[in-house]
Design a protein around this ligand. Structure first.
Ligand SMILES: Cc1cc2nc3c(=O)[nH]c(=O)nc-3n(C[C@H](O)[C@H](O)[C@H](O)COP(=O)(O)OP(=O)(O)OC[C@H]3O[C@@H](n4cnc5c(N)ncnc54)[C@H](O)[C@@H]3O)c2cc1C
Length: 403
């Protein structure tokens, strides 16, 4: 074990999925330090814990298994169906069976165990992990980042590094310290509240999404975790809170849909649903995961983007260390790669999000009703277009403009 203030090749700030994957990848041939401000990696969980296993038009990333091998130790349940619930109660369901796959559509994780496992994997690959250690600033010399200022249990110290990776989540400060503007407009952040509840009647292995003004310009979700437990939460667009807290919307939603549910945990947090930042790279610096605002703009889901951007950034960091050049010019390879992997799809999804947040309850009802009773044979572009033709012409025109 190294002493606390030794130099490293790479320092990763934040041990969420993005940071741990970056640390694991870079540790293959670099001296890596992964720091986490909390005492326990993965807790508290600020997540509904759903990840996709199949690629759909709403999932722009490659498969989860490419980054992490599923392990029953941190899987709460498998997802076999997904339902969209309209404000008027219309429900549309798509199942794996309809898509012609026996494979689960996704997983519900136990993130407390999952995040901890990823950090352990990074440690196994050789990374040093420091918990209860908070980054408080960057060491800047001659316009370059030379390391990180840290505080552990009230004591300040510094570590020097060739590359710093900011994986400090939605409330990221690392970008700002390094001169990258990561500010989110109110229209580009979902404010979320979620209960983990017991005594909730949920359809096993099925994710439920509820749209409409019960979660203005966002949605509510109910994800089953087995044995009468589940994650019940919602996100409201920052600009549509109307003076209320997300928790106020959640309490109303729960009273309507899950009156017998007993909350055993409450989490609150934000999810970026913004367009891509102009850059997430500086001299000696890369931002990844939520810190880079990489979440999917429609769903606010960010685990897949965290795994993907973390892996790419970890590889580019170790290449820069080997070349002894961590200038923005070299690190930009990370930017090129993530844009190549999911930049274009993300841009398209941002446009769709802008459309979705503009819909009234009446329009959402019409849209979901148009797909009511959809069959396996219609689950293709032609089938979807036929059903969309049943919509009122103005709504159809707005959808066509997106395509
Ligand atoms: C209510 C809610 C529900 C969600 N549901 C889903 C879902 O079902 N599926 C999905 O894919 N996504 C979901 N998300 C989004 C998902 O949780 C994030 O996209 C994901 O966790 C991003 O991973 P990350 O590693 O970038 O950041 P994080 O997981 O946020 O990790 C960042 C880490 O950095 C640490 N840190 C922060 N600042 C410092 C510092 N100064 N020094 C040291 N450490 C620091 C934090 O403690 C934290 O551990 C949800 C989000 C919310 C709020």
């Amino acid at each position: 074990m190294k002493t606390r203030s030794e130099d490293y090749d790479v320092v990763v700030i934040g041990a969420g999925p993005a940071g741990s994957l970056a640390a694991r990848k870079a540790a293959a041939d670099c001296e890596v330090l992964l720091i986490e401000k909390r005492q326990e990696i993965g807790s508290p969980v600020r997540c509904a814990e759903g990840v996709p296993l199949i690629e759909t038009p709403f999932v722009f990333h490659t498969s989860f298994e490419k980054y992490v091998e599923p392990d029953s130790k941190w899987i709460a349940s498998e997802v076999k169906g997904v339902r969209a619930n309209a404000p008027d109660g219309t429900r549309v369901e798509v199942s794996g069976e309809m898509l012609g796959t026996e494979k689960p559509l996704g997983l519900i994780l136990e993130r407390k165990l999952f995040d901890r496992q990823l950090a352990k994997d990074a440690a196994r690959a050789g990374a040093q992990v420091m918990v209860r250690t908070r980054a408080t600033g960057l060491i800047l010399e001659d316009g370059r980042i030379r390391g990180v200022k840290l505080n552990q249990l009230g004591e300040n110290f510094e570590v020097r590094a060739k590359v710093v990776i900011g994986a400090d989540g939605v409330e990221s400060q690392v970008g700002r310290w390094g001169g990258i503007n990561t500010t989110l407009k109110l229209n580009d952040i979902e404010s979320c509240a979620q209960y983990h509840m017991q005594n909730v009647e949920l359809e096993e292995n099925t994710l439920d999404f509820y749209f409409g003004s019960q979660a203005p310009s966002g949605y509510a979700w109910a994800f089953p975790k087995g044995n009468g437990a589940g994650n019940i939460g919602l996100g409201v667009l920052g600009s549509k809170l109307n003076g209320k807290r997300p928790l106020d919307y959640l309490n109303k939603f729960v009273a309507t849909h899950f009156p017998d549910g007993k909350p055993v945990e409450l989490v609150m947090g934000g999810s970026p649903v913004s367009d891509a930042l102009p850059t997430v790279v500086g001299n000696g610096l890369m931002l990844i995961g939520d810190a880079a605002r990489h979440t999917e703009p429609i769903t606010g889901g960010g685990i897949m983007a965290a795994l993907q951007s973390g892996t790419i950034a970890g590889g580019v960091a170790s290449k820069a260390v080997r070349q002894n050049d961590a200038s923005a010019r070299v690190l930009r390879e990370y930017e090129t790669e993530w844009k190549h992997s999911f930049g274009k799809a993300r841009r398209r999804m941002y446009k769709v999000k802008e459309f979705v947040i503009s819909l009234s309850d009446d329009e959402i009802d019409k849209l979901i009703r148009a797909f009511a009773g959809i069959t396996a044979e219609e689950l293709n572009l032609k089938g979807a277009m036929r059903r969309l033709l049943r919509l009122d012409p103005r709504l159809l025109l707005r959808i066509r403009q997106l395509l």
